[in-house]
Design a protein around this ligand. Structure first.
Ligand code: RIB
Ligand code: CA
Length: 317
């Protein structure tokens, strides 16, 4: 089992990523750290705790982190995730799990020291918490076995501006600090995540599945399919979690990265130069069918699946 921390700005796809992380047999979730992103910090923390509780994983500790980017005001993504950031999901509001006094950066550092050389950190929101953790513990890139970052748009258009992806655009200074720190990192950007989509047809099929994971996917997807009226939406964050569990799902190339912080029209643009000696890998191809099998099987989304139970760190060996 791979010990992981999920750093999230729960959000619709973060919620699905939490579900995948809790059910994928390769992963053991040690903690969830929250950051302002899709919605504000209080809401991302509330949403994360609701999802954990709903999936029977309330034992997974949650630590709140940055309420805004390092240097900039917080900008949310409510139009894509709904006013509550959870797609208007009709799920219980119970949040019975522990919320730690320690901050998200402190929890990242402490857990990295405890699992020295084994911990994978899966970054699903702006990189503010990880940047602050590096400032706390400069040895973090050595202590953490691998960073998996949902972020960047390397050879494709952005989703906030023509050149920038939301997580990197939100806090480009934090992304720069993370890149300069020298982590062994896999960047799962829009180049591959936009290929991985949940379709309306699949969503409508989930309506009749009773178990908690299928209800989670169905309920958080309401905003996309009922309000935004899209025919599909990208599973950005679940793909990053899947890559933490099964790196072979993507192919990539080692590259030296940089992030533009100015001028404003270039803010958050991710640049890369292929370099076989670099510590960063940019994902360029994805086995979409293999991902969808993992996603459906782990979450029990195929018809007639047995009830899927989430496993929290407490249960993990
Ligand atoms: O650009 C997509 C990313 O931004 C995802 O992590 C989504 O949840 C938002 O945080
Ligand atoms: Ca996210």
């Amino acid at each position: 089992m791979i010990p992981i921390i999920l750093d999230v700005d729960t959000g619709v796809d973060d919620a699905l990523a939490l579900g995948l992380a809790l059910t994928a047999r390769e992963l053991s979730v040690m903690a969830v750290t929250t950051v302002a992103g899709n919605v504000d910090l209080e809401q991302t923390t509330r949403n994360s705790r609701r999802v954990l509780d709903w999936l029977g994983a309330a034992a997974v500790p949650v630590a709140a982190g940055a309420s805004r980017p390092l240097l900039r005001p917080h900008s949310d993504a409510r139009p894509s995730h709904g006013p509550d950031g959870l797609g208007g999901a009709s799920l219980p509001t119970r949040q019975s799990g522990p919320i730690l006094d320690a901050t998200a950066p402190e929890v990242i550092v402490r857990t990295a020291r405890r699992y020295a050389g084994r911990l994978r950190v899966v970054c699903l929101g702006p990189l503010t918490n990880v940047a602050m953790a590096v400032r706390l513990e400069p040895r973090l890139p050595v202590l953490i076995e691998r960073l998996v970052v949902m972020g960047g748009a390397f050879a494709v258009s952005g989703n906030v501006t023509p050149v920038a992806e939301f997580n990197v655009w939100s806090d480009p200074e934090a992304a720069s600090i993370v890149i300069e720190a020298g982590f062994d990192a896999v960047w799962v950007g829009l180049d591959v995540t936009t290929i991985i989509r949940l379709t309306r047809v699949e969503w409508e099929r989930l309506a009749r599945l009773p178990h908690a994971t299928a209800r989670l996917v169905y309920e958080v997807s309401r905003w996309a399919f009922e309000e935004c009226r899209v025919e599909s939406y990208a599973l950005h964050d679940p793909l990053a979690v899947a890559v933490a569990a099964r790196p072979e799902l993507v192919a990539g190339e080692r590259a030296r990265l940089a992030v533009m912080t100015s001028p404003e029209e270039k803010r958050g643009q991710t640049l890369y130069v292929p370099d076989t000696n670099a510590t960063d890998v940019v994902a360029t191809k994805v086995d979409a069918e293999a991902f969808l099998r993992l996603f459906r099987n782990s979450l029990g989304l195929a018809d007639g699946n047995e009830r899927v139970t989430a496993r929290s760190a407490v249960d993990a060996p």
